[in-house]
Write a protein that binds this ligand. Sequence first.
Ligand code: NAP
Length: 267
Amino acid sequence: MGTDRHSGAAGGTDRAAAGPLAGRTALVTGASRGIGRGVAERLARDGARVAVHYGNNEVAAKDTVGAIEAAGGSAFAVGAELGRPGDAEALWREFDRHADGLDILVNNAGIGTSRPLEEIGEEEYDRVFAVNTKAPFFIVRQGLGRLRDGGRVVNISSGLARNAVMPDKVAYAMTKAALDVFTRDLSKLLGPRGITVNSVAPGLIDTDNTAELLHATPGGWDRAAAISALGRVGAPADVADVVAFLASDAGRWVTGSWVDATGGSLM
Ligand code: NAP
């Protein structure tokens, strides 16, 4: 195991000058687009070297890496399609070509479901669990030796894991509820190593994933904005800032928690 890079106290002046995450390596799954891209850019701005994971969209991943480098940060792309046998091995094999261990793991890559309960088939059910639940489980399990003591794990959940506002998304919501149980138990398992584990639960965020709902459905944007106490639709940066806090030294005493990042959509 590596050394503990997240000390019990806040970072010193050297680290602050170079960014609070200077010297740390982060892996963000699904960082080619959407929330993951926002998280990758934010962690890089805080000084971390970021592995930008993607599934199929290498062009978008390279665009994220380019944006990070243009802003003075450091990043590299890691391709591995999740939701198929051997996905976690493939991801770590690719990661190992660029870095020697990591400090921050953000399990963000995920997919939704398209059909209501009456129509969803076994294939779609299995697929959404394979990508959203099984993949993060095995990425963590096979990453345990790479994750340094004092590190951070952040799992991107969903407000739907705790709220039935979109009951037709039940299978998707179940994948995130299972991920939340993983967060809780993992926080106990990794606590002795000083590693914190938390779930961050976004509400509706403007990404490719929600484009049809927000942009192609008449009135969709206004209805989504009205759900939030703050009266607007969320942006990837709204979630990225929460993840950055948990990844930082300032988040050292928060573990096993479910952080509501829905803009007050669950009240
Ligand atoms: P998005 O814009 O559709 O981006 C998804 C990202 O995940 C992309 O980088 C994509 O890679 C990657 N990905 C998807 N399936 C993959 C697979 N099978 N293998 C490898 N990579 C895969 O999604 P998003 O809206 O940012 O969502 C990110 C996370 O937030 C998800 O876990 C989602 O459930 C959660 N979330 C989103 C919202 C929301 O309103 N947007 C709300 C709550 C929770 P490629 O570019 O290579 O395809």
